[in-house]
Design a protein around this ligand. Sequence first.
Ligand code: AVJ
Length: 321
Amino acid sequence: METAVCFHDQQDTIDPCNTFLEDAIAGLTDSPKWASPKYFYDHHGSELFDRICRQPEYYLTRAEEEILTDHAEDIARIIGPGATLVELGSGASRKVRTLLEATRPDHYLGVDISRAFLLESTRRLAADYPWLDVHASCADYSTPLRLPEALKGAGHPVAFFPGSSIGNFEPAEALQFLINLRSMLTEGGGLLIGIDRMKSPDILEAAYNDAAGVTAAFNRNLLTRYANELGSDIDPERFTHHAFLNQAHSRIEMHLVSQLNQVVMIGGRRIPFREGESIHTENSWKYSDEGFLSMAEQAGFESRALWHDQNRLFSVHYLVR
Ligand code: AVJ
């Protein structure tokens, strides 16, 4: 079946390849070394992330889905009919289905950094929900977003930012992100956002060290991209996945640890590694309900609702502008 997805390519907000190389070099020549987690998500990386979400240790996805299912009617009532639902980092667009079915917005806009993945998943949505006007926008949501012209003046905009993805930002960046997002929302607009809560180190660390090794493969895929797309001779097999809770900062950190002394070439530069030296590839900040709410209020949002799963592992907030 031919399905219509209105595609908006926000080229100007996408990182062109030279930025990928520049960012890679900036991180690898810094001390300590780092990389930006947004580069995890090429097509293969998006697939690996989708698999992480189905690992038994990765409770985040199931807890959030439980909330969205158990409170679907409540959520639908609070959002109201005829909304324009904007999903940030839509990935496989799986979670949004419960929300779409319960809320019945008029328009849907999926925003994701992985173009091919975005197209596949929004086409599936358009095919499954013929009553829904489906749009897709390939963009990096860490830069300010704008609504495509076609959706301005449509139903009240409701942003959906699931998965606790805001946890990738430093708290100061998260605050700025919320401020920018709020300015995209017009009167009557809202934000439905998933936040992973602080909890016991055992549960948290297991979620980022699944026994099947999918998170390790996801982490190493960044180096595979350096090799394939940036012409680096880096060998992902010479790095080990390391994820742990940094209690002082309320965040999970992911690293790739060099197994030996080695020199890697990238963009004509020599990057030396000591054995045991790591590239810090991701932070995943965790929040208490109060901690997140005070940040949201600082950004100008007002809290309308807060839901938890039965085990209180995860929270979903509804905020209005
Ligand atoms: C997509 C940022 C929410 O931090 O839990 C999963 C990414 N990294 N396993 C998270 C991730 C390792 C995920 N977010």
